[in-house]
Design a protein around this ligand. Sequence first.
Ligand SMILES: Nc1ncnc2c1ncn2[C@@H]1O[C@H](COP(=O)(O)OP(=O)(O)OP(=O)(O)O)[C@@H](O)[C@H]1O
Length: 166
Amino acid sequence: MMVCITGTPGTGKSAVSEILRDKGYRVDSQNETAKKYIICSDFSRDTDIVDEDKWIEDFEPFEGIIEGHITHYLPCDSVVVLRCRPDILKERLIKRGYGPEKVLENVMAEALDVVLIEALEEHSQDSLLEIDTTEKSPEQTADEISKFMKGDIPGHFGDTDWSLFL
Ligand SMILES: Nc1ncnc2c1ncn2[C@@H]1O[C@H](COP(=O)(O)OP(=O)(O)OP(=O)(O)O)[C@@H](O)[C@H]1O
């Protein structure tokens, strides 16, 4: 079974993945596995441009977890979508050193539920778990994912509403 952990940058995929690795799960990262698919660097946006279609096409599913913000396009059995309230996400991204444009782009994407909608277009509702990380610790989030993977808690989404931030 392969599970993907997706979400807007800053929602906590890497932090939670570290904990899941410590718990013994194999967790691969989109950023690592997509390195050989980098086409060029966009210095104005401080980001690498990756041939995402080719990365998805070539991806070999495995037993474990793949984390990254486009992993919901992979043929996963279950999907975890991490969420974060836009005002807190903004703080996390500023702290990380992102410029104003990149902060706004990601905060708007989160406020508009972009990743959740994309994931729901690709996967069945009962295979999807949405977790609001805003008031949780990374450990609590990792525990919830672990329980979901074991089948101890069902898929669930729809509790977040960031429309007040638009
Ligand atoms: N409940 C939580 N779950 C996950 N991360 C949290 C939580 N609460 C606070 N954080 C913090 O939020 C930050 C999220 O950054 P992180 O790099 O994990 O995000 P990401 O989604 O992997 O971003 P990217 O897509 O850019 O790699 C970390 O500093 C983490 O400690």
